[in-house]
Write a protein that binds this ligand. Structure first.
Ligand code: G3P
Length: 498
């Protein structure tokens, strides 16, 4: 009897496997962090073999821990850190370079060149994206330009490109299936989101051969089955695939136009469902594919914030102001305010709505009385301010006034962060019972494809609330605090520009 769905959530800092039962309860979790490689300032890489090793490891471990047999798994859903780029040799299965991570800024100059050529407008119209080092296209070009012999091999059809979803599926099927889904394809800056095809002009501009690219499929679809050796003889259908932010939108059951969520992970990503309408932003948001489900493609507006929960890790690992993430809540609550301190965590530039590849982090407003507690609190508040920047942009672009915000992701467990979020936005914040909505979304997508769940209607019924945070801040105070944030951001912009 097939009683469970396995979600594989390959994130920026860890690989996780989560088992869900039919009621969408978590019945088992296994997680492993992996190495972050920083070869130079502003560069970020992962080892694709370590990613595969940790991801397959946690998949097996969660089964062992729970005693659930592989033949009890109805399907696997994949969700992943998006944009991160892997190029590998089709014949040996070996990556020819480390994965270049979405946060990596090394291709800023390639982006500048595209802008200089006046291609921004065309690229935005076709892909929905702004020209930025964030997306995969320029990262592939960098690998082909910089790894010895890569371009010749690519031209001979010997190299494959994939985002992390593609890499995982390729490995799970032992090289049989080279696919991605619409949501991931829409983050490459190579995919025409209107015509639903890889764009030949952009590929030509970046000198990337079409033969490297995966087939693009719906997000809820049986792509293949796991290789017979992966899970001791069981061949489990791989039936869901979506970028982690789109998966979270699905997991939050934001199925109707105008419904939005914000995920507090490494970064923070707010997405609003715009249905079958492609809405272009005038305020620095991205237009992206939400998913392909039930035979149609739906779109979303997205505000991408590069550093969210990662700033709490920075407090812990680099500044060593806290021992663990929970302590940040304690310190933040132990002071009335930040004592005028603002932290702008622009460690990898700034995403929406600023899109400044050259911005860098800063702490401003320090006085002799500034303490650890103030810096910790200012760091948490920076996550909420960035979310406000994005929410403002979203309301302007969509002409929809948000009546509340659904939240999820690891850092949404922080009550200070959520209360300040409600206060600074002046809208209620809803935290669901399951905050692992990214994995849940991937599980739903896979479950729908194999008939484990019957419809989006059925899934909608499963969403339930854990806690509502009600805004409770005086209007003048809110305006004053937010204008201080805007002033602080100005100081961080273009810091790295020559
Ligand atoms: O676009 C990058 C995003 O997908 C990364 O998500 O959860 O690893 O911060 P996360």
């Amino acid at each position: 009897m097939k009683k469970y769905i396995m979600a594989l959530d390959q994130g920026t800092t860890s690989s996780r496997a989560i088992l869900f039962d039919h009621d969408a309860n978590i019945v088992g979790t296994s997680q492993k962090e992996f190495t972050q490689i920083y070869p130079k300032a502003g560069w970020v890489e992962h080892d694709p073999m370590e990613i595969w090793g940790t991801q397959s490891g946690v998949a097996r471990e969660v089964l062992e821990r729970t005693g659930i047999r592989p033949d009890e798994i109805a399907a696997i859903g994949i969700t992943n850190q998006r944009e991160t780029t892997v190029v590998w040799d089709k014949n040996t299965g070996k990556p020819i370079y480390n994965a270049i991570v979405w946060q990596c800024r090394r291709t800023a100059n390639i982006c500048d060149e595209l802008k200089r050529k006046g291609l921004e407008k065309e690229i935005k119209e076709k892909t929905g994206l702004v020209v930025d080092a964030y997306f995969s296209g320029t990262k592939i070009k960098w690998i082909l330009d910089n790894v010895e012999g890569a371009r010749e091999k690519a031209n001979k059809g010997e190299l494959l490109f994939g985002n992390i979803d593609t890499w995982i599926i390729w490995n799970l099927t032992r090289g049989k299936v080279h696919v991605t889904d619409y949501s991931n394809a829409s983050r490459t800056m190579l995919y025409n989101i209107k015509e639903l095809k890889w764009d030949e002009d952009i590929l030509k501009e970046l000198d990337i051969p079409m033969s490297m690219l995966p087939d693009v499929k719906p997000s809820s679809h049986v792509y293949g089955t796991t290789d017979i050796h992966t899970f001791g003889g069981a061949q489990i259908p791989i039936a869901g695939d979506a970028g982690d932010q789109q998966a979270a939108l699905f997991g939050q059951a934001c199925f109707e136009e105008g419904m939005a969520k914000n995920t507090y992970g490494t970064g923070c990503f707010m997405l609003m469902n715009t249905g079958t309408n492609l809405v272009y932003s005038n305020n620095g948001l991205l237009t992206t594919i939400a998913w392909g489900v039930d035979g149609k493609v739906e779109y979303a507006l997205e505000g991408s914030i590069f550093i969210g929960g990662a700033s709490i890790q920075w407090l812990r690992d680099e500044l060593r102001l806290i021992y663990n993430a929970q302590q940040s809540e304690f310190y933040a609550n132990s002071v009335e305010d930040t004592n005028g301190v603002y932290v702008v965590p622009a460690f990898t530039g700034l995403g929406a709505p600023y899109w400044d590849m050259y911005a860098r982090g800063s702490i401003v407003g320090l006085t002799r009385g500034a303490k650890r507690e103030h810096i910790v609190r200012a760091t948490l508040e920076s996550i909420d301010y960035q979310t406000k920047d994005v929410l403002n942009a979203m309301q302007e672009d969509s002409n929809i006034e948000l009546k509340g915000l659904k939240v999820d992701g690891g850092a949404s467990a922080n009550n200070f962060l959520m209360q300040f979020q409600a206060d600074i936005l002046d809208v209620p914040v809803y935290r669901p019972s399951v905050i692992e909505t990214t994995a849940l979304g991937a599980a739903y997508l896979a479950g729908l494809a194999v008939g484990f769940w019957s419809s989006k209607e059925e899934i909608k019924q499963k969403w339930s609330i854990d806690r509502e945070f009600t805004p409770n801040m005086d209007e003048n105070k809110r305006i004053k605090l937010y204008s201080g944030w805007k002033k602080a951001v100005k100081r961080a912009l273009e810091w790295e520009k020559e």
